[in-house]
Ligand binder design. Sequence first.
Ligand SMILES: *Cc1c(COP(=O)(O)O)cnc(C)c1O
Length: 377
Amino acid sequence: MIPFNKPFVSGQELFNLKSVVVQGNKFCGDGSFTKKCHTLLEEQTGALKALLTTSCTHALEMSALLIGIEPGDEVIMPSFTFVSSANAFVLRGAKIVFVDIRPDTMNINEKLIEAAITSKTKAIVPVHYAGVGCDMDVIMDLAIKYDLFVIEDAAQCVGAKWKGKPLGTIGHFGTLSFHETKNLHCGEGGALLINDEKFLERSEVIREKGTNRSKFLRGQVDKYSWMDIGSSYLPSELNAAFLVPQLEQLETITSHRLGLWNAYFNNLSFLEKNGNLELPRALKKFEHNGHIFYIKCNNGETRDELIKYLKQHDIQSVFHYVPLHSASAGMIFGEFNGKDVFTTIESERLIRLPMFYDLNIDQVQNICSKIHDFYEN
Ligand SMILES: *Cc1c(COP(=O)(O)O)cnc(C)c1O
């Protein structure tokens, strides 16, 4: 059986976990391993500040608190995304305004955003699907023109860039995920990248239960107290200890995944020429990170049959997302602006093939030959 995903393990994790246990005096967050993660992330991305969080979902929630989302505010994002992109803002009372995607990248169509902006719009949340950047030039221009915040959902983007800039460092905030399904991970985890100085102080407070404990730990104040609203968004040292060697392997992980990605692409291009399916051709122009290899079948029915066929041959493939505007919560908390030309149709024919560090080229070739067989029969 070739699974869809197998979480990456570098081999160094147990050593680090053991050192937390043996030292035995610091298990909660913001110890030396957390600091090491912050340094690595800031070096790798160039973000002004990186803060580890318990998940990307929580990094998104922090950004909703930081920009002061209030009931009735509107937040613009694609409907083709994971629930957390929307939920983080719905929790603060926002209404979600969904905008259609572009079929070539599956990202929000930047040309349709301006028409969705109203006097209530507070933020835009570009989701960089598969580690491929949305058109951030257009989005940042709109943010300046209408005085909006931009929170990049860069959950899938560790190691990926847009026009040479690491994703998550272009908007006011970027949010990363270190869930085990992502390129590198610590089981559950994430990070908030802060790219605007004016949010630095408050982000530390919000992350530490609304207290100035971070300042206290640095000896900048002699006691700490309740300063603001906040929650518990910092992960334990155990998670950080696990994450350090993973972050250190970023380049190796990314280049290996890109090799697998290209092997899939080359192997399946014959089927694309035949008109059997579509490859993510546009992604070739981007500095993506090989997070997802997807193909698009000609319709949803064929997609479901192909998933079944691969399963019969011990290959696990998956699809996503059920567009948020058509989900029961999405109908309550959101609204689609303009026409759904591509969101539903394109999501229904998308299939994700196995992609993980331990996958090898032989297995990729085996998977591709099964897909060739499927189309021959
Ligand atoms: C994985 C993912 C998330 C959620 O990440 P968690 O760390 O599991 O909270 C959010 N948005 C997108 C686009 C994702 O792919």
